[in-house]
Design a protein around this ligand. Structure first.
Ligand SMILES: O=P(O)(O)OC[C@H]1O[C@H](OP(=O)(O)OP(=O)(O)O)[C@H](O)[C@@H]1O
Ligand code: HPA
Ligand SMILES: [Mg+2]
Length: 179
């Protein structure tokens, strides 16, 4: 698996350090409240697990699975709900946890959906932001790293379902995509 990586873009240590800072910011922001933290599966599962451990206010968690990339490196443009939330979000302070904002389509779809269900507030924390990929206007409230216009893998992010278990962020060798 390591042999498929052309370059390590962000190391495991850098990721963990940044998550601690995000946890501190979010803990201060949600002081006195109990946000509902929503993990956008599958990509955000590792970030979610590391992030909630460094948030010091009580949180409730739920999971939603959406997909729009399949085995491609460009969004299909169609955001498919694979699994919906288990709990109602009406009146809740919601914190959406994403691994990456690229085109922005997944999040703009999710935010609209959750707002229509009557949330009290919605904030977004993303570990990675790729502004060059944007096709809709969308900004996260909290961002870990701004990344260049490259398809990245690792730390939850896949190419064709592989590489999610790499502990760092890497860029694949071009021949992997052309296989
Ligand atoms: O801003 P966008 O262009 O919408 O891209 C971001 C979304 O794409 C990826 O999910 P994907 O559809 O690949 O599903 P996965 O999380 O199961 O890999 C990623 O995890 C984000 O949810
Ligand atoms: O760069 C990316 N890598 C993996 N999954 C993604 N989904 C959107 N952008 C990306
Ligand atoms: Mg994916």
């Amino acid at each position: 698996m390591q042999n498929d990586i052309q370059e390590v873009l962000i190391s495991e240590e850098e990721i963990q350090e940044r998550i601690k800072q995000l946890g501190a910011e979010l803990s201060a922001k949600y002081e006195g409240r109990t946000p509902l933290v929503i993990c956008v599966l599958k990509g955000a599962f590792i970030f979610m697990a590391d992030l909630v451990k460094v948030i010091t206010v009580p949180v409730e968690m739920d999971f939603m699975a959406v997909s729009s990339y399949g085995a491609e490196t460009k969004s299909s443009g169609v955001v498919k709900i694979i699994k919906d939330l288990d709990v109602p979000v009406s009146g809740r302070d919601v914190l959406i946890v994403e691994d990456i904002i690229d085109s922005g389509l997944t999040l703009s779809y999710l935010i609209e959906l959750l707002q229509a269900r009557g949330t009290a507030s919605i904030e977004v924390v993303t570990l990675f932001d790729k502004p060059a990929g944007r096709t809709v206007k969308l900004e996260a409230d909290y961002t870990g790293f701004v990344i260049p216009d490259e398809f990245i893998v690792g730390y939850g992010l896949d190419y064709a379902e592989k590489y999610r278990n790499l502990p760092y962020i890497g860029v694949l060798k071009p021949e992997i995509y052309s296989k």
